[in-house]
Structures are given as C-alpha cells and as structure tokens.
Design a protein around this ligand. Structure first.
Ligand code: ZN
Length: 181
C-alpha cells in the first residue's frame, strides 16, 4: 500500500468530469490496489472521504465515510459510478472542508436526504437512502467526480474561513435543522 499525493485546488484534474468505471474492471488487482491506496491516503490525512480525482485518477470512484454500522463503528464505502437523487427539498448546512482545499472551511447547504445507487468494491449494484452527515459526505465526494469543489456550492463567500478561525469564531456544530453533527 502507498500514500498517494493529493491534488490541490488549481490542479486541472479536480475540474475534469471523471470517466465511468467499466464494471468488469472493478475486481481487477489494479482497481483493488487503488482502493487500498486511497484508503491509506484518506486515513493519513484524516479525511472522511476521498475521490479518485483527488489522487490524480479521473475515474468515477470515491471512498465515502461519515456513516456507522449497526454497532456504531465507522464505515467507509468504496463507491463506483454513483447516481444521487435527492428525496427532499429540505436543506442541511454545515461548514465543509476538503483535502484538496486545505486550511479552509465554507458553509454549504445540500439536500438532507438522498437516494444513492452505485457499484460496490465487488462490482455489485447497491441502493440505499442516506440522511444528514453521511448524505453530505456522499454529495461532497460525488461532486469531485463532476469536477466540482465545495466552494462552487457556496451561496455566501463571506462564510468562507480559515480552519483555525472557523474553529474559534463559527458555530461549526450548528446545522440548519438544529441537530448536532
Ligand atoms: Zn473534497
């Protein structure tokens, strides 16, 4: 396994539309190695998700964390060729950060619940409903596959801050619907 170099804002790979992955390639050694390397990279930099374009690979693959199994253990899902359908008009806001935009936090609002369909690491089709923080992470990672960064989703650039100032001055734990992150 290896730790991969993370592309930062300004690198053109972050603005490309990522190529869909051929389902027949998912179980290849090369693709499974990429998943392992991305996992190691995500943990190294303490991320809650990581998309392949962030490690200079323009494919529709993302690791999506922010969710827990039934026993409360954190889970990270490898996701290929995802499709998101919002299931509500209700928005959920939080200060997002990104390994490709280090040091910054910005207020972004996204649909609070979504239906997602994707292929998992075995190439099996999965559908599930996500709500709250896991839904935010899923949408943030899938934006990377479309060449978008969280900054593009911000409606008010005055709500952009450096991480340390955000921690000091901003209500980082406040979400639009009043629940805690
Ligand atoms: Zn990101």
């Amino acid at each position: 396994m290896s730790i991969l170099k993370v592309a930062r804002m300004g690198h053109p790979v972050l603005r490309q539309i990522a190529e869909p992955v051929d389902p027949a390639d998912i179980k290849s050694g090369e693709m499974q190695d990429l998943i392992e390397d991305m996992l190691e990279t995500m943990y190294e930099y303490n991320g809650v998700g990581l998309a392949a374009p962030q490690v200079h690979v323009s494919l529709q693959l993302a690791l999506v964390g922010g969710d827990e199994d039934d026993d409360g253990n954190p889970i990270v899902r490898p996701v290929f060729n995802p499709v998101i359908t919002p299931t509500t008009d209700t928005l959920f806001g939080m200060y997002e950060g990104c390994l490709s935009v280090p040091g910054l936090r910005g207020w972004v609002e996204r649909p609070v619940s979504i239906h997602v369909a994707y292929l998992d690491a075995d190439g099996e089709r999965v559908e599930r409903d996500l709500e709250g923080f896991p839904a935010v992470v899923f949408q943030h990672e899938c934006d990377h596959l479309e060449g978008k960064l969280f900054l593009d989703r911000m409606k008010d650039m005055r709500r952009l801050a450096f991480e340390s100032e955000a921690e000091r001055f901003l209500p980082i734990d406040t979400m639009i619907d009043g629940r805690d992150v």
